[in-house]
Each structure stands twice: as structure tokens, then as C-alpha cells.
Unconditional design. Structure first.
Length: 381
């Protein structure tokens, strides 16, 4: 059955594909719910304290759902304590061993991820679905280009978008045979173009919520670019309900990148929206140094705000005027703007301090008026 990509207007003009809703613990996924950011711990799950510590760090960075690997019995045995003490919903990542999925469900995990390419016994998959349904626990069917079934690879000549979707739909069909419908799906590929094509195809075939990601994207230098292209392109078309940026880096970096992608699309409030010119021969101040210094210092301010750092008189006054606070520079000095008004002119050496002073005053005004962090209305569009 084909499902049309019916879009509904949301904030920032980005429509959303209509999908059914599931609940991963207290986090709603699909049917217009806010797009959630996920990551995965890199600790040994059997190390309960270490894993909980990393989960706490991820939650503090803005992670909504966390996944933990369960490759052996010691990891499965740690799940009850982790699920009970985690501050955000925990999803158990299961490969090969169906018994660990059952253990995760019994442990009170908020969700289970299974891979259709490596759980061979379909009767056991059905058993997992029946037990998950009895406890109200959703299942993610997670398909990766690197672990497709051999017969599907042979049929399609490789991990094509069509192969990924066929694999996902086959596994979903097994769950549906026992009446299970609390499903979300991912069809991840390391190539953003193939990943985009796979999700577009899948979005026309089912109404389940979709978990977006470019698998094995690499180090932050390349991985953030690949993930931003793949995830961002789909979200901009209204496709996607939850995301994970997969990086060869500490998981906190994944969460930061995921939140940045959502912020760039207006799907999650940004604490800092830094508008800075790329600099050119017209610049008469060190734009690079100013922008980097402002970005670093703005970490002191816990309020959403647009700040403009501009280096010349062509676009500078206009961009600075449209920001919450900004500077339009020239001839070794800068005009400081606040809410569209010129406050004063300062020498280049004082620009960063002057911007910070105005930003702190504005943040205090937001707090006094009931605004503040997480209130997108204070960031002007």
C-alpha cells in the first residue's frame, strides 16, 4: 500500500510527513511530535556506573533518547539498573541474539532495536513482538547497508535504496503478522545520496515514523557534512521523526551536531544563531578572530539569541540591525546594534566585550519578561 507524503504546516515553514505516533518512554515520536535527537553510548553496557554517567552527560547536552549496545549476557544483565536510573529513555540495541531482546523488554527498556539482516529466526522475531506489545514497548526495525540479507543483496546487485526498503518492509511484515504496530524504521546508508533515496521511497510505502541517519558517516570533519546533507535534506522535505548523527567521535558530539541540524531548520530553538560574514577584501577588521571570539564567549549566555558579526558596510548594517545584537565594522571600529538600534561605536579591540555586554543585558531582559532558554519567539526571523 502506498502512503502519500501528506504534509502539514509547522514552524519555520517546514512541512511534516504524516505518520503514526509511538512513545519511546516519555518521548513521543511521529505524528507531528517534536523531532528528537538520539545517540548511543560507547561505554561497555555492563559498566553500569560508567554507562549511566555517559547517559547523564548526553542528556545534559540535549539528547532525548539513548541507545546501548547489548552484545553479551553481562550487558543484558546490566539493563534493569540502567533502564531504572537513566534520566532519558533507553533503547537496547540487539543483533543476532533474540534472547537479549527479550531480556531488554523484561528489564524495562523504553525500546528495542533489531536488525532484519542478522536475526534469522522469524518465529523468535514474532515472539519479541508479542512480548513488546504486551508491555507497550516499541521496536525499531534498523536496516543498514552493511548488514543486508545475502539474498536481497544478490537480487538488487548491492545495498541499493530499493534493497534497503525491501529488507525493512520484509521485517516489518513479520511484526505485523502478529498485530504489532508500534514500529519505527531506519534505512541507513553511508552514502547520503543513497540514504536520501531510500527514505524517500520508504516514506511512500508506510506511515510508520522514520529514524534518520547516515550510517558510519566518519569523523566529525566529514561525518557532520554527510549527516547534515542527508538528514537535513529529508527534514527539509518533511520526512523524518527522530535523528541520530553517527560520528567517529565522543557521542556528545553527535548530540551537538543533531541539535545544530534541527536548529538550522528552525525545528529546535538555538541558544546561539551566529551570523558572520565570510570576510573579503572590503573587511577592515579581523572578522575571523571576532567571530570565533564571540562564538566562544556566547557559551556564557544561556538564552536563545541571534548575534551578527559583520566586517564591512555593504551587508553589515542590515544584518546587524536584523539580529538581536550585532556589530557592523569598518576602519578598525564597529557600530554596536541592539534590537535594530545603534547603541555606540567602539574600537576593534573592544567589539567582543561590547557585544557580550549587550547580549547579557538582553538575556536578563528575556528572563525578567518570562522568556529565556527554549523560547523560540525571542529569536527574530
Amino acid at each position: 500500500m502506498a502512503f502519500p507524503l501528506e504534509l502539514t504546516d509547522l514552524a519555520a515553514g517546514v512541512g511534516r510527513r504524516r505518520s503514526r505516533r509511538i512513545n519511546v518512554g516519555r518521548v513521543a515520536v511521529g505524528d507531528g511530535a517534536p523531532i528528537s535527537v538520539q545517540s548511543m553510548t560507547i561505554t561497555k553496557t555492563a559498566d553500569i556506573n560508567g554507562t549511566l554517567q555517559q547517559i547523564a552527560e548526553l542528556a545534559a547536552t540535549g539528547c532525548d533518547i539513548v541507545r546501548v549496545a547489548v552484545p553479551d549476557t553481562d550487558d543484558a544483565a546490566a539493563l534493569p539498573a540502567i533502564a531504572a536510573k537513566s534520566t532519558i529513555p533507553v533503547v537496547a540495541d540487539i543483533h543476532f541474539q533474540w534472547k537479549y531482546a527479550m531480556a531488554a523488554i523484561e528489564a524495562g527498556c523504553a525500546g528495542v532495536r533489531i536488525n532484519p539482516g542478522n536475526i534469522k529466526k522469524h518465529d523468535k522475531v514474532k515472539l519479541i513482538a508479542q512480548e513488546a506489545q504486551a508491555r507497550g514497548i516499541p521496536i525499531r526495525v534498523g536496516v543498514n547497508a552493511g548488514s543486508l540479507q545475502k539474498e536481497i543483496l544478490a537480487k538488487h546487485g548491492g545495498p541499493t535504496p530499493e534493497a534497503l526498503v525491501e529488507s525493512a518492509l520484509f521485517e516489518v511484515g513479520i511484526l505485523e503478522e502478529v498485530g504489532f504496530g508500534d514500529i519505527k524504521i531506519s534505512v541507513k546508508h553511508q552514502n547520503p545520496v543513497s540514504m536520501i533515496a531510500a527514505y524517500r521511497l520508504l516514506a511512500t510505502r508506510v506511515d510508520y515514523p522514520l529514524h534518520l541517519g547516515v550510517t558510519e558517516a566518519g569523523t566529525p570533519k566529514d561525518g557532520i557534512v554527510k549527516s547534515s546533507v542527508g538528514i537535513g535534506a529529508l527534514l527539509a522535505q518533511g520526512i523524518g521523526d527522530t535523528i541520530r548523527v553517527s560520528l567517529t567521535a565522543p557521542p556528545i558530539e553527535e548530540v551537538k551536531a543533531g541539535n545544530a541540524i534541527l536548529g538550522a531548520l528552525g525545528l529546535r530553538p538555538k541558544k546561539l544563531d551566529l551570523v558572520a560574514c565570510p570576510s573579503c577584501g572590503r573587511a577592515e577588521v579581523d572578522v575571523f578572530a571576532l567571530a570565533n571570539a564571540v562564538e566562544e564567549r556566547m557559551a556564557e549566555i544561556d538564552a536563545p539569541m541571534r548575534v551578527a558579526v559583520m566586517g564591512c558596510i555593504v551587508n553589515g548594517p542590515g544584518e546587524a540591525r536584523e539580529a538581536d545584537v550585532g556589530v557592523a565594522s569598518g576602519k578598525g571600529k564597529g557600530q554596536i546594534f541592539r534590537h535594530g538600534q545603534v547603541i555606540r561605536t567602539v574600537p576593534e579591540a573592544e567589539i567582543v566585550d561590547a557585544l557580550m555586554q549587550e547580549a547579557k543585558l538582553l538575556a536578563e531582559e528575556y528572563r525578567m519578561s518570562g522568556g529565556g532558554p527554549g523560547v523560540p519567539e525571542v529569536v527574530r526571523s
